[in-house]
Design a protein around this ligand. Structure first.
Ligand SMILES: *[C@@H]1O[C@H](CO)[C@@H](O)[C@H](O)[C@H]1NC(C)=O
Length: 154
């Protein structure tokens, strides 16, 4: 199994799915990034830079703007990544220790969250198209951010 799952704690999931030594120049090419139907949030924006391709070894930023409809005192990240209908990664983690700023959000206030990381190396010849759904929910299990992402790793 080439895919490794250790970094999926954060919304960097799509920047960090692969952990292998150097290979030919590859990277992560986004095909689609959108918010899930629920929750409805007029302010919801996602910006990925560089777009739509983050080359291996290069830094990338993900900025998410959202307005939680509920107070958030604790946040849990839940993700599921599929390729060809098969689950390649799935998990759930409390994010407060790593991203405390996501764990004290007042309802109705717009928040901008940026994550920066360096794209991991992709093994030579590796290619995989993935679809991932990432949800953040609060201590009452109300989802306040949900992203639906399709990308190709190559
Ligand atoms: C990521 O964000 C930092 C800080 O705003 C900025 O200096 C950098 O140029 C950005 N990198 C990319 C690839 O957009």
């Amino acid at each position: 199994m080439i895919v490794a799952y250790p970094q999926l704690i954060s919304l960097c999931l799509l920047i960090s799915v692969i952990s292998v030594d150097a290979g030919r120049p590859g990277g992560l090419e986004f095909k689609k990034v959108k918010f899930c139907e629920f929750p409805h949030d007029e302010t919801a924006r996602v910006k990925i830079s560089p777009w739509p391709f983050i080359p291996s070894g290069k830094p990338g930023n993900i900025t998410i703007t959202f307005t939680p409809a509920v107070d958030v005192f604790a946040a849990t990240l839940q993700y599921e990544v599929k390729s060809d209908g098969h689950i390649v990664a799935r998990g759930r983690d409390n994010v407060c220790h790593k991203f405390p700023e996501l764990c004290s959000l007042p309802a109705g206030e717009t928040y901008v969250w940026t994550y920066s990381d360096v794209m991991r190396a992709i093994p030579p010849g590796f290619k995989m198209t993935i679809r991932g759904v990432v949800e953040l929910y609060n201590e009452e299990r109300v989802v306040f951010v949900c992203l639906d992402v399709v990308a190709t790793i190559h």
